[in-house]
Design a protein around this ligand. Structure first.
Ligand code: F6P
Length: 358
């Protein structure tokens, strides 16, 4: 078993419901092992600027149900510079921080790798509403975000039904359409536009016209923020006008934006954050470093960060020349299988939506 005096915990990138639940689990699991815990404030900025608090058992009481992150978050550019990195390492030395658990998404994991390579064992725990880390089936915050979308859309549906209107709703997710796809299905959307699947605008317009003719009063269209027109405009706002002009149905537009990132985590997020947080500390105790905690087929597992990040690039078709060279043929096959599975799941769900929306 590895020996640690103090571990640091931080949250970085976009906040996500469940991050606090993970902070609690990480802190309490470390205390269980007799390890002290520092809460680093403002993500990697807190390491660069030496900003942190002690976390004891009572400091993390009653935070499991709070949205946001009590440790605050940031996207720290300075940390990416050699100077910033040196300052971060010096902060760790000053406070006897000999390992870190970093909660966040892919940007957070790149930072975690940098720290691991500099001799500070670091473990990543997924926290992002987007569910956009390809190697894990699930990122903490995703379920809460989807439930928030569905609740908002249910309200929009009420008023659409009263006024016989259509509402185009844009939801977050960056270049990942999973929030849009799953909430669109759960809300009975008449059309869903996501970055992963080409959107058939003409077919959507025909569906709306036919639905109107058959007596449908309320129409919901969900558009992911990652879908743009050919000239780079957010597609949701444009689609609203197209629908109104071509179907004659009065059409409103709602951008849910950061509303979707706030709020108390759901049961699913609390459970997953707790399991992942406790597992991250266990991995450190086993002497592991530079890995992320992931969920695969319902099980909590770990992946090397480089494997996870390259799998993500493969899925998003952003692989740089030679990026796969350092991986074994077996690893590359595993990456391809993960990407194929993810793409097939999205296609399968999209086809279910197409079969039902009318
Ligand atoms: O990654 C989470 C996320 O909420 C994305 O869905 C969104 O595109 C982005 O962060 C917004 O970032 P910011 O909070 O910096 O505006």
């Amino acid at each position: 078993m590895a020996k640690f005096d103090t571990i640091g915990v931080l949250t970085s990138g976009g906040d996500a419901p469940g991050m606090n639940t993970a902070i609690r689990a990480i802190t309490r699991r470390a205390l269980q092992h007799g390890i002290k815990v520092k809460g680093i404030l403002g993500g990697y900025s807190g390491l660069v600027n030496d900003s942190m608090i002690d976390l004891g058992a009572r400091d993390v009481s009653n935070i499991e149900y709070l949205g946001g992150t009590i440790l605050y978050s940031d996207r720290c550019l300075e940390f990416k510079t050699e100077e910033g990195m040196q300052a971060a390492i010096a902060t760790c030395k000053r406070h006897n921080i000999d390992a870190i658990v970093a909660i966040g998404g892919d940007g957070t994991f790149r930072g975690a790798t940098d720290l691991s390579l500099r001799g500070i064992p670091t473990i990543g725990v997924t926290g992002s509403i987007d569910n956009d880390v390809t190697a894990t089936d699930y990122t903490v915050g995703f379920d809460t975000a989807m439930n928030t979308v569905v609740e908002a859309v249910d309200r929009l549906r009420d008023t659409c039904q009263s006024h016989a209107r259509c509402n185009v709703v844009e939801v977050m997710g960056r270049d990942c359409g999973e929030i849009a796809l799953k909430t669109g299905i759960a809300s009975g959307a008449v059309a869903i536009a996501i970055p992963e699947v080409p959107f058939d605008e003409d077919a959507a317009i025909e569906r709306i016209i036919a639905a109107k003719k058959s007596g449908k009063r309320s129409m919901i269209v969900i558009v992911s923020e990652g879908v743009f027109t050919a000239d780079g405009k957010p597609y949701g706002e444009v689609l609203r006008h197209v629908i109104q002009e071509k179907t004659g149905v009065e059409t409103k537009f709602a951008r849910l934006a950061h509303i979707v990132r706030g709020g108390a985590p759901t049961l699913r997020d609390r459970l997953t954050a707790t399991e992942m947080g406790a597992f991250a500390v266990d991995l450190l105790m086993e002497g592991k470093s530079d890995v992320i905690v992931a969920e695969v087929a319902g099980k909590i597992v770990s992946y090397d960060i480089s494997f996870a990040l390259i799998t993500d690039k493969m899925y998003k078709k952003k692989l740089a020349e030679g990026a796969l060279d350092k991986f074994s043929a077996e690893d590359v096959e595993k990456m391809k299988a993960i990407c194929d599975f993810r793409a097939a799941e999205i296609r399968r769900l999209y086809d279910i939506h197409l079969g039902l929306c009318r």
